[in-house]
Structure formats: structure tokens, C-alpha cells
Design a protein around this ligand. Sequence first.
Ligand code: HEC
Ligand code: HEC
Ligand code: HEC
Length: 462
Amino acid sequence: MKDGKPLYVAFAMLAGLIFGSGATHVLAASSPAASLKNFSQVAGIIQEKCMACHTLNYELPFYAAIPGIRQIIEKDYNDGIRAINLDEEFGKSASGKPVSEPTLAKMEWVTANETMPPQKFTAVHWGSRVSAQERSAVLDWVKSSRAAHYATGTAAPDKADEPVQPLPDALPTDAKKVALGQKLFQDKRLSGDNAVACATCHPLDKAGMDGLRFAEGIGKQVGGVNAPTVFNAVFNVRQFWDGRAADLREQAGGPPFNPIEMGSKDWEEIIGKLSGDEALTAEFKAVYPEGYTGANIEDAVAEYEKTLITPDNRFDQWLKGKNNAISQTEAAGYERFKAYRCASCHVGKSLGGRSFEYMDLKKDYFADRASSLDSDAGLGGFTKKESELHKFKVPNLRNIELTAPYLHDGTHTTLDKTVETMGIYLAGMEIPQQHRELIVAFLRTLTGTYQGRQFEGRVTPQ
Ligand code: HEC
Ligand code: HEC
Ligand code: HEC
């Protein structure tokens, strides 16, 4: 472990910044400034009570040299830094970026459930316990940060602080680009053999994914990773299971040249084919005066994908204040969903898509599965950082009853099995069957509407 000083200095500077700039002003509870003010208080608590196990920049305390203690502390430290790097997460706040929704949800969960610091640590290290007053400071900060940065403004007042928020009904888009993008999404000329379109693997009448374990591309070649749905992908922080595309535009430039997906050589090959289509070419030039380029095609497809959102499911209606939109069983399922920490990662408008998490966080999923796939590397395969191996983009759970099979490896065909697996490997809790049933009932409320009509896709057998 490296020198602890830089971190301390960063926190001291931050606190100085905030106290120095008018902490006496009365700030509206939901303003970003208010959440920053709360943050200075919370930063102090975290620095003192949490950082020992949650930053790379911390010196072990002197007693760590005592034989035996070192092992305990080192194990906690290694597990703790793997569970969350608070330095990294809170550094963002110091640089003016809001703390992410998953981090807020995780902080809320451990604070409300009083699981941090771990009991075996507080038992021997007096003074390390978090007081009731400190807990409420952390919870207040979570609440005001959410209100300032993530509230959609469409939830009913008593639901405004829920970790899950309603989807907007629509996003602003350029209608002409959308019309072009829609055509390109269906256009098989984007593939080398003119047989595969985006829609081949992401059929819109089947919830935006093909229902196969692994997608089938050009020449019936099969890949090694499950195709996620394109619906609501616009809400993802990055695209692909391993995050290798920054956004939808960058993503759209991938599949056409993937040798086992669409297998085109380069944009020139595709543009050559499209140029023969006079009507499309004229339409394209009317929107993009410079005509076809790779970047323009990506832009049109990405613009279209912004319309592939499925708002106003029954759960959204409940969040917006219609209390009878979901049954008591489904509401109890949502409570379980939060209690089993599902909402720590499946958070926000699309119940996921905001962070990358270890598939083997609490237990070695890959050893238990006893087979290996290239796609298992996840984020680490893309960033080449060993510490990020086995991290995957958290999938969004909207329309989840329609998008089996599940997980990057397409292993499970039922929601029940998937929820059981999540409990064991991600949440670290075995979920009894009656609770799984409640959670699945809740998940089934997440099927939304597309272009104003109830979203229909293949309903998966359970
Ligand atoms: C003695 C080391 C230690 C201290 C101190 C500590 N943690 Fe942890 N933390 C861990 C470990 C170990 C884990 C992994 C989960 C587990 O084993 O319970 C963890 C996990 C977490 C997680 C991820 C959620 C989870 O349960 O996996 C959060 C969030 C967290 N800690 C926040 C905090 C906060 C906030 C504090 C201070 C109030 C704190 N921790 C203090 C060791 C520590
Ligand atoms: C041969 C099947 C196939 C074709 C054709 C295909 N995709 Fe995909 N798509 C996939 C697979 C498989 C993944 C997941 C790959 C990964 O994460 O490594 C994916 C991922 C995506 C994602 C990321 C979603 C997320 O949640 O990360 C988007 C968006 C997407 N595709 C859009 C498109 C567009 C646009 C096209 C056409 C230009 C296209 N796809 C063509 C199979 C296909
Ligand atoms: C620590 C973060 C984390 C927690 C906690 C968590 N998940 Fe997940 N969830 C993920 C990740 C990451 C994946 C994708 C993993 C993969 O495919 O390898 C996933 C996948 C899923 C899927 C499959 C989605 C799809 O499209 O394939 C479902 C369903 C799901 N989770 C539900 C739950 C439920 C229910 C809980 C609570 C019991 C839960 N998750 C807890 C991170 C989490």
C-alpha cells in the first residue's frame, strides 16, 4: 500500500473548498450545492471509518504488524477494495462529477443495514463503529445526491427517493435522422453477404434480441456471448458487456466489420452498395450534405436507437403515483429486490447499465461453471487490467421477462434460476424460493410500452 497522504490532502482540500465557500448559506435540499455540502461531512466519516479497507492509498495501521492481525486485516482489505474503491468513487465528487447511482445505492444499503465496517473489525477496533448520527448523515447525503443528480422529476413525491426511477416517455431526437437510422437498422447491405442486418440479431418484434444463447451471424457463424436487447441501450454508461464502445455511435461501427457478425470489409464496401440506391442516397444527402461516411451512418443508427425505449410499464406507473398499478405481491417483490441488494447494481431508470460489476463478487462463478468462454474476461479483456477481469456491464432489467436466455454466457433460460444465481454470486445471499417468486413477480412488472402500445415480445416459459 502506498502513501496515505495524497488522499488525505485531497479530502482536506475538498472540505476547505466547501467550508470556505459559504457553508452558512441555506441551500435547497435538492440542489447540487446542498449535496456537496453534505458530502463534506460524509467525506470526513468515510476518511476516518471506511478508507482503511476501501482505498489503494492507505497505510495499514501500526497494529497490523502484529502477527495474525495482519492476515485478518489483509483479507478484509483485499475483499473490501474489490467490493468498492471508495477513493475512486468519491474522487469523482471532489472533481465536480456526481457520485454514481450504484455507489449511492451501495452506500445506502450498507449504511441502512449496518454491515460496515464488518462486525469482526468493529469488535476488535473500538471507535471504528458508525454512530446513529453518522448513519443519518450518510443516508441524508445519499438522498440529496439522488435528488440533485438522478431524480427524473416524474416520480410521485413519496417515490422520488427510490433507487429505481421511471423512464422518460421520449428523448429528444432529430426525426429525419431517426427515419434514416430505422432503415439502416433493417438494411442487410451492411453485411458482407447481404444476408444479415442489425435487426437479424436484434429483432424488434422479439424484444430486441434473438432469443438464442449465442447470436448467429454471417455464414451461420456463432459467437461466444449473448446478444443484449437494443431496447433502452441508450441509458447504458457504455455499450457491450465489456464496455468496449463508449456510446451508441461507436457501438454501431462494430458489428458491420465483425467477421462473425456482419463481415463487411470496410465502410467503402458498404457505401459502395448503398450508393447504388438512389432514393436512400437522396434521403441521406438531405440530412447529411457530405453524403455517406462511416461516422454519418453510425450517427443515424444511434439516433434511431434513442427511440427504442419502452416507458410506462406498470412499475413506472406505480412510481408515478398510481398505487394500484402493481399488486401487493409485486410490491413485496420490489421490497425483496431492495433487501437482497439487487438495487445496488440494478439501479436508476433502466435498472442497470450504470456500472461494471464482478460476476464472481461473492463466489467463484467461473470455477463453478467449469467451462470457459473468451467473453468471460469482461471489462478486463477490454481494458487489459487484471483487476477488471470478470467485470460485466450490469444489464438493464426492463422487459426482462422477454429477453431470455440470460447472462453474458446465456446460461439460464428462466428468471427463477437467474435470480438464484444473482443471490449466490453477486449479492452473497441464498434466496429462498418464496422470495425468488416475489422477486420474479416484481420483474414481470417491468415490461413496458413501445410507441404507445403494450410492448409485446416472446414471453419466455418459466
Ligand atoms: C476492516 C475493513 C473494512 C472497513 C473499515 C470498511 N469496510 Fe466496507 N467492505 C469490507 C469488506 C471485506 C467488504 C466486502 C463485503 C463483505 O465481506 O462483507 C466491504 C464491502 C463494502 C461495500 C460494498 C457492498 C458489499 O457489502 O459488498 C460498501 C458499499 C462498503 N463496504 C462501504 C463501507 C463503508 C461506507 C465503510 C465505512 C463506514 C466501510 N465500508 C468500512 C471491509 C471494510
Ligand atoms: C450477428 C448478430 C448481431 C448483429 C448482426 C448485430 N448485433 Fe448488436 N449485438 C450482438 C451481440 C452478440 C452483442 C453483445 C456483444 C458483446 O457485448 O460483446 C451485441 C450488442 C449490441 C449493443 C450493446 C447493447 C448493450 O447493452 O451493451 C447494441 C446497442 C447493438 N448490439 C446494436 C446493434 C446494431 C446497431 C447493429 C447493426 C449495425 C447490430 N447490433 C448488429 C449481436 C449482433
Ligand atoms: C454487485 C452487482 C449486482 C447485484 C447485487 C445483482 N446483480 Fe444482477 N447482474 C449483475 C451483473 C454484472 C449481471 C451480468 C452478469 C453476467 O452476465 O455475467 C447481472 C445479471 C442479472 C440478470 C440477467 C439479465 C440479462 O439480461 O441477462 C438478472 C435477471 C439479474 N441480474 C437480476 C438480479 C437480481 C434479482 C438481483 C438480486 C437478487 C441481482 N441481480 C443482484 C450485477 C448485479
